[in-house]
Design a protein around this ligand. Structure first.
Ligand code: ATP
Ligand code: LTN
Length: 336
């Protein structure tokens, strides 16, 4: 992060290295990281500790951390201006999470819809980490005195809990934490699965339900051609009654920067085949430069490693400041 005379506000966000990133991650989160990077001091974390709340293969997890660093940079984030690093390299995250866990109620965590959904999907592994996941997320955010958190709408509930925890802590110990605000995009905050458009597109689901950022144009075309729509043949934006069609319209709108009603009127008189062609075109065009840059970066593992090493050290210095303050306020014995 560059030192400037005037202190900018702080942005923090994270993405789990739990699979191949999807167009949902891109539209809901990543591309907003890129737009916001010039106006804020930005910290973009690879949240590997969150990823292990679901069982991960070690070799895959290791590889995906560097891949995600490459995706961040390829999408346009400048690693000299933004902190791009791995959560597990900064031990303050886990340490603050422990403390904040003592300021979080079981009842609050029990209400989290992501916990309910993930425990239903992984019945054989409903672990305590999955339950306390939002506490670690709160620690991520609060460690950096974050003002703004760009995320998709599925993270809104976690963000509200983070604010509640911070306010509760501040009420006892004074103004220790900045209270963060969410930044949720107006269009594309929840891109839906191509096969079950009533469900969020997710990188942990089967291949044909999502478009991966690194899918070739051919694969993208095939997946969109097979996307579930409906049988009334009308192109109209109505997420409740026409989730499949509305999902494609949202993607076009978000990726081309055209208001949804304009996209709809441009498509009057054409069929779903043409809607799918236009969606494919919008996705392929948006991803082409990212993919090209990614291929160049991923060939240079030493560079990627140096980015996460250097940025991890800088993040650690920032995080430790808040952690020490918290430890002192709580009454932990001073260090000699
Ligand atoms: P997993 O399936 O492993 O839980 P995920 O695909 O939901 O992962 P995350 O790493 O949890 O992805 O999310 C990274 C960011 O992308 C978050 O800000 C999240 O809100 C956003 N995001 C995830 N899926 C979507 C989606 N379908 N539409 C819009 N934003 C999304
Ligand atoms: N829980 C988020 C990922 C995440 C995050 C964060 C996002 C972990 N820590 C801090 C914003 C800020 C998710 O998308 N599943």
């Amino acid at each position: 992060m560059e030192q400037t005379a005037e202190k900018k506000q702080v942005i923090f966000s994270g993405i789990q290295p739990s699979g191949t990133l999807t167009i949902g991650n891109y539209i809901g989160a990543l591309r907003n990281f890129v737009t916001l990077q010039h106006d804020y001091d930005c910290i973009y974390c690879i949240v590997d500790e969150h990823a292990i709340t679901v069982r991960q293969n070690p070799a895959d997890l290791r590889r995906r951390c560097l891949e995600l660093a490459a995706i961040y940079i390829a999408s346009g984030l400048d690693p000299k201006q933004n902190l791009i690093y791995c959560q597990s390299h900064v031990s303050a995250h886990a340490e603050l999470a422990w403390i904040l866990g003592c300021f979080t109620y079981m009842g609050e965590l029990n209400r989290m819809t992501q916990f309910k959904a993930k425990s239903a999907a992984h019945e054989d592994n409903i672990n305590a980490g999955l339950f306390t996941y939002p506490v670690l997320m709160a620690a991520d955010i609060l460690l950096y005195q974050t003002n703004l958190v760009p995320v998709g709408v599925d993270q809104k509930q976690h963000l509200e809990l983070c604010r509640d925890i911070a306010q509760r802590f501040n009420a006892v110990y004074g103004n220790v934490f900045t209270i963060p605000e969410g930044y949720i995009p107006k269009v594309g905050a929840k891109i839906m699965s191509l096969q079950e458009p009533g469900k969020k597109m997710s990188k942990s689901d089967p291949e044909d339900t999502y478009i991966a950022l690194l899918d070739s144009p051919d694969v993208i075309r095939k997946k969109i051609r097979r996307a579930v729509t409906d049988s009334d043949g009308e192109i109209r934006f109505d997420p409740e009654n026409k989730p499949g069609v509305s999902n494609l319209l949202s993607m076009i709108s978000a990726l081309t920067g055209t208001p949804v009603n304009q996209v709809v009127s441009d498509l009057q008189g054409v069929g779903y085949g043409e809607l799918k062609n236009r969606t494919t075109e919008a996705v392929v065009t948006a991803l082409e430069p990212l993919q090209r840059e990614y291929q160049r970066l991923i060939a240079d593992k030493a560079y990627l490693q140096s980015v996460i090493d250097e940025n991890g050290q800088k993040a650690s210095a920032l995080a430790t400041r808040t952690l020490r303050k918290v430890q002192k306020k709580i009454g932990f014995a001073p260090r000699g």
